[in-house]
Design a protein around this ligand. Structure first.
Ligand code: NAD
Length: 337
């Protein structure tokens, strides 16, 4: 229960192995007149139980736990924060209807995800996973490194030239690659700043030697790469996805990886997470898999919890916080009690 006269900020779940709270949050929020609680909810019922009296609800999972039904049972909530960049685990349309702000934490891991995407790209082109596996089996199997490719002069395609996509572009400029981007929501002037040329999705698919995905998962981007798109790609593509698994339809991807149209893939995210043990991706040695870990670094962890505390402090002290993703709510915000 919230202490009398205190605002309650509740973290309903967290990933111990990735981004557990650091311990400074209670003190930071106490200074703002709020009480900080941490729980590990697995079900909607548990969420309602711990969050029914909270003014700010923080969610870490990418599973859709803050549904319309749950949101309807949180009468004091004025702000929901997704402890991450993507906010598809919150029904933000329902939140808007209830007068609740939804914020994300989009800046804490931009560098880390860009670094990870590049690591996957290099890991794929230099065959790092299978060479490493062979060495550990006692095989000095240099033939496994063929064919490889020099990056200079090749084309990198970026889907979604926002924070992370732009950071990738800035980093790879020095490698003298041509950079194409597909992003219907930015201008060529914005793309010019990171040396990218905006093109249609079709042009991107037909020209890219490397393709890296950095758009959000929305109705529009769900299965954005599916049968038609894998039939369109330039053969020999190296595909990297650190955004969200369902942006790529896995069945045609697996087929394209088997027949070589996609030469290799580096995936931090998959359609189902955790990856099921019978996933065909596990049988393919031209795939590098990581467990949705691209954001990880101690710096990111600290930045994330500081940002959550700053947003929460703004809410409980009556200010409009940064990173409201449903600004339409601001003209009918739920009043504080
Ligand atoms: P951002 O909002 O800064 O950039 C997203 C870009 O995608 C924007 O420029 C937007 O215009 C563009 N976009 C939107 N719809 C599009 C469409 N239909 N086609 C092409 N482009 C489109 O977000 P960001 O900080 O760069 O993060 C991007 C995504 O990365 C997040 O939404 C999140 O899902 C994912 N992410 C993953 C991890 C991880 O741990 N693997 C961590 C952080 C973020």
């Amino acid at each position: 229960m919230a202490e009398k006269g205190k605002h309650k900020v509740v973290l309903i779940d967290y990933d111990e192995a990735l981004f557990a709270p650091l311990g400074f949050e209670g003190e930071m929020l106490a200074q703002a007149g709020a009480q900080w609680e941490v729980h590990q909810c697995r079900t909607p019922e548990e969420v309602v139980q711990v969050a029914h009296d909270a003014e700010v609800v923080v969610i870490q999972t990418v599973r859709p736990l803050l549904t319309r039904e749950v949101i309807a049972q949180l009468p004091r909530c004025r702000c929901m924060i997704r402890a991450g960049a993507g906010y598809d685990s919150i029904d933000y349309k329902a939140a808007s209807e209830f007068g609740i702000m939804v914020c994300n934490a989009p800046t804490y891991c931009t560098d880390d995800v860009a670094d990870h995407a590049i690591a996957l790209m290099l890991g794929c082109v230099r065959h790092l996973a299978r060479l490493n596996a062979a060495m550990r089996e006692g095989r000095f199997a240099r033939e496994l490194a063929r064919p490889t490719r020099r990056l200079r002069g090749t084309t990198l395609g970026i889907i979604g030239l926002g924070r992370i996509g732009s950071t990738v572009a800035r980093r790879v400029r020095g490698w003298e690659m041509r950079i194409l981007a597909y992003d219907p929501y930015i201008t060529q002037e914005q793309a010019d700043k990171v040396g990218a040329q905006l093109v249609s999705l079709y042009e991107l698919l037909t020209h890219a030697d490397f393709l890296t995905i950095h758009c959000p998962l929305t109705e529009e981007t769900h299965h954005m790469l599916s049968w038609d798109e894998f039939a369109t790609i330039k053969p020999g593509l190296i595909l990297v996805n650190t955004a969200r698994g369902p942006i790529v339809h896995e069945e045609p991807l697996v087929e394209a990886l088997r027949d070589g149209r996609v030469w290799a893939a580096g995936l931090d995210v998959t359609e189902e997470e955790p990856l099921p043990p019978d996933s065909p991706l596990l049988e393919l040695d031209n795939v590098i898999l990581t467990p949705h870990i691209a954001a990880n670094s101690p710096e990111a962890q600290e930045d994330l919890y500081r940002l959550i505390c700053e947003i929460s402090a703004d809410v409980v002290q009556g200010r409009i916080p940064r990173f409201v993703v449903n600004p339409e709510v601001l003209d009918h915000l739920r009043p504080a009690e």
